[in-house]
Structure formats: structure tokens, C-alpha cells
Design a protein around this ligand. Structure first.
Ligand code: BG6
Length: 267
């Protein structure tokens, strides 16, 4: 396989995207809209990410599934766009190819890529980079925020990962709380200062989750009640995913010329 085969331009729904394929057969699709990892199959062929059958895939609305990139605001913790503008902006594709058996691609976003409305609402000099890499049954995402302006800015960031599960009722999460965590109904909890390693147990399937730089985490499932009110989610789909989101929610302001990096490793 040469470098060109490792990353192929294609479409996902109606969205321009990149299809990554590693030499050992792992695959990932990332839409330029949001630099949104929307599908990840390990070399074993198993899809790890949930995407709603009712999700918009035309750039009119944030994608319901995969890994939305949350920046510069988490949820409604601020006066800006809910969960920030990164998930609904069109990113540029940077370097891509193969490295030590990993297929990777880097995506970038800067003020010049934003809609006039977003650029006006968040008038800071910044550059975001998201590097997605896959190999075997492993995924690494590295998210970097750089302050290219002349004033410090505060920000929040998260990788809002929708893990595909067999049945939410049998999911267990280790490492988030002192006791093993089970999800029984609507669940929306923010964990400040989490242990950097967790496990997602879904029946016989176990995923190891490791975060660096991201000090916090969020676990979310809408349950039957809230799923019914989400226009872009079918009523029963809440059973098929859990969101485990490495996050930086209360980080210090980023000084001019400085950068912050968060990583998420799933295997
Ligand atoms: O519907 P959105 O904007 O994608 O948000 C989904 C959920 O995202 C989670 O991260 C939040 O903790 C929830 O409160 C929120 O409902």
C-alpha cells in the first residue's frame, strides 16, 4: 500500500470526507464538516462508533454520532454556540499517509475557515489541529489548540465520542467512578479530574480508553425520555450507544503563542 491509498477522498452521506485504511485493514471515515470521525472499523472489521440513522449528513446540522469535536465551548457552559463551532465548521485537510503501520490524517481549522457569524462571535487568533490515526484495533486522536493571536483566551474542548454498544443496559464503565458505572436511564454526568484510564465493557467486548491532556470527562446517554425529543435520533437508538467524552472543561486561559494538546487512545 502506498501513501495515497492510505487516505482517499470520498463522501459520507453528502459530506466530503476522507477514508483512511491502514495496511492491516483498519478503516476510518472523517468528514471535513467538523473533522468528524464518523466511522471506525478495527482490522477485525467491527464498527466501534454509533451514528444515528436520522443524523443529518448534509452539513445543515451537527452529526449525531461518531466523534464531534467540541470547541471552544462545552454544551451551554458559556454564551456561544452550544458545544462550539468546531463541529459545524468545514476543516482543511493537512498531511496524511502512513507512519509505522498507522494510517493518519491531520485536519486544521483557523478563523479564516469560520462563517462570518462565528468569527465575529469568537474573535480570537487560533489554530486547531486534529490528527486521527488508526492501526490494528487501535485509534489515536490528538487535538491541538494554538493561540495565534495577541490576547489570551479561555476555551473548553472535548472529543464527544459515541461508542456503539450492543445494549446500553449491559454496559459497564470502569475507572470513571470508584464503583463500576452502569447506565440505567437518562444519564448526563460531568467528571472533573478523572483517572486517565477507563474501560468500556459491553458484554464480552472491552475497550480501553486513555486520555492525556484532557483532565475531565463526560458520560452521556439520553435514555428513552430524552431520545424521544431528539429529532435526529430514532426512539430506540439510545440503547445502541454511550458517549464517553474526554474533556477539558476548566483549563487555564491559553496565552499568546502557547498551545494545548489533548490525546485520546482507544484500543
Ligand atoms: O444535542 P447535542 O448538542 O449534540 O448535545 C448532546 C449532549 O452532549 C453531552 O455532552 C452533554 O453532556 C449533554 O447535556 C447533551 O445533551
Amino acid at each position: 500500500m502506498n501513501h495515497q491509498d492510505a487516505a482517499v477522498s470520498t463522501t459520507f452521506g453528502q459530506l466530503p470526507s476522507l477514508l483512511l485504511t491502514s495496511p492491516d485493514g483498519a478503516q476510518a471515515s472523517i468528514t471535513l464538516y467538523g473533522a468528524h470521525l464518523i466511522s471506525w472499523r478495527g482490522a477485525d472489521g467491527r464498527e466501534r462508533l454509533f451514528c444515528s440513522a436520522k443524523s443529518a449528513l448534509d452539513g445543515t446540522k451537527a452529526i449525531r454520532g461518531g466523534v464531534p469535536v467540541i470547541f471552544p465551548q462545552f454544551a451551554e457552559r458559556g454564551t456561544g454556540t452550544r458545544h462550539g463551532f468546531a463541529r459545524t465548521s468545514i476543516w482543511r485537510v493537512g498531511t496524511q499517509g502512513l507512519e509505522d503501520g498507522w494510517a493518519f490524517a491531520v485536519f486544521a481549522l483557523a478563523p479564516g475557515d469560520l462563517s462570518a457569524q462565528h468569527a465575529q462571535a469568537w474573535p480570537h487568533g487560533f489554530e486547531l489541529r486534529l490528527r486521527v490515526a488508526i492501526r490494528a484495533n487501535e485509534l489515536t486522536m490528538r487535538f491541538e489548540v494554538r493561540n495565534t493571536g495577541s490576547e489570551a483566551f479561555p476555551f473548553a474542548a472535548a472529543l464527544h465520542t459515541y461508542f456503539l454498544v450492543d445494549d446500553i443496559a449491559s454496559v459497564r464503565i470502569d475507572g470513571m467512578e470508584t464503583e463500576e458505572l452502569a447506565i440505567t436511564g437518562k444519564f448526563d454526568r460531568v467528571y472533573d479530574r478523572v483517572a486517565p484510564r477507563q474501560a468500556l465493557v459491553d458484554g464480552g467486548v472491552v475497550l480501553t480508553l486513555r486520555q492525556e491532556g484532557f483532565t475531565d470527562a463526560v458520560v452521556w446517554n439520553p435514555g428513552a425520555e430524552d431520545a424521544a425529543s431528539l429529532a435526529d435520533m430514532a426512539d430506540e437508538e439510545y440503547r445502541r450507544f454511550v458517549c464517553i467524552e474526554p474533556a477539558l472543561l476548566n483549563g487555564p486561559a491559553l496565552q499568546p503563542g502557547q498551545s494545548w494538546t489533548g490525546e485520546y487512545h482507544v484500543s
